[in-house]
Design a protein. Structure first.
Length: 279
């Protein structure tokens, strides 16, 4: 059985030795190992992929026993187990299209059991890929009830994380608190610059020479969550806001897809307000 173990704890001597010994004790062989110590917070993170003939339960017992003295946050799962994503969209389709395309190619190790939108424009697109689509109108009056339905769907469908593929609604503090570190958004600027609405217009007004996109975890503070992935493109003084938007679509879809894949492979660790990402 091929397994991935993700570990995070205070840095201290002996963690790597304890991990390798625990893997050996359950008949395991390490295939891949990455580790990092954040000296600012004294936080140690490690991702270990290994094979074992003893099965998941035996591996969990061995690693929990061998590493327990370090009081780690430890997660072990089969590599073949695909995380289940709820995708939220509004009317822009480019990020959603790319996720579904990569899913069909077998290049994105996730499952998408449902897409929810506050508009109906993308219903036929989603259903053409064999994915259920749920339209939930959002107004100031029904926002709390709408989010309650989404949380119920998350529980019902055993959703592991949420992807905002250009979902143009601000999630409530309560919703964010229900899925900490499990909501990924794509923002159409190179954060921390140009937060909020119409970032390309903001960028144009400032005469920037680089535009970008940022995938980040969602928190109660708008566009302030830990950054996962970013990319940029150069523009000149002649670029209009509309041209920036067109160029930005390609950046957005690539950045979001990379972030989703990194999350699905347990390669992201949140350390304070930053992330450690094992590429």
């Amino acid at each position: 059985m091929d397994l991935i173990a993700s570990l995070q704890c205070a840095d201290q001597p002996g963690i790597v030795h304890a991990m390798t010994s625990a893997v050996l004790n359950c008949g395991g062989n390490i295939i891949e190992n990455q580790q990092f110590t954040d000296t600012t917070t004294n936080t140690f993170v490690m991702r270990t992929r290994f094979e074992t003939s003893h099965g998941l339960e035996a591996a969990q017992t061995s690693l929990n026993d061998g590493l327990g003295k370090f009081s780690p946050a430890l997660h072990i799962r089969p590599t073949a187990q695909k995380p289940r994503a709820l995708v939220l969209v509004t009317k822009e389709s480019h990020c959603l299209r790319d996720l579904m395309y990569l899913l069909e190619l077998g290049e994105l190790p996730i499952e998408i059991p449902l897409v929810i939108s506050n508009r109906e424009e993308l219903k036929s697109l989603v259903e053409s890929h064999g994915i259920p689509f749920l339209y939930l109108e959002v107004t100031a009056a029904n926002k709390a009830a709408q989010e309650k339905v989404m949380l119920a769907k998350i529980a019902e469908l055993k959703i592991d994380f949420v992807v905002l593929a250009r979902y143009m609604q601000i999630l409530s503090t309560d919703f964010c608190a229900a899925m900490p570190g499990k909501i990924i958004n794509i923002h159409h600027s190179f954060l921390p610059g140009f937060k909020g609405a119409k970032p390309y217009h903001q960028a144009h007004d400032r005469g920037v020479k680089i535009i970008g996109a940022t995938a980040h975890f969602v928190t109660a503070d708008l566009d302030e969550g830990p950054i996962i992935e970013q990319d940029v493109a150069h523009v000149t003084h002649s670029a209009t806001p509309e041209e920036m938007i067109a160029l930005g679509r390609d950046i957005e879809r690539r950045v979001l897809a990379r972030a989703v894949k990194l999350f699905a492979e347990d390669r992201i660790f949140i350390v304070g307000h930053r992330t450690v990402v094992f590429a």
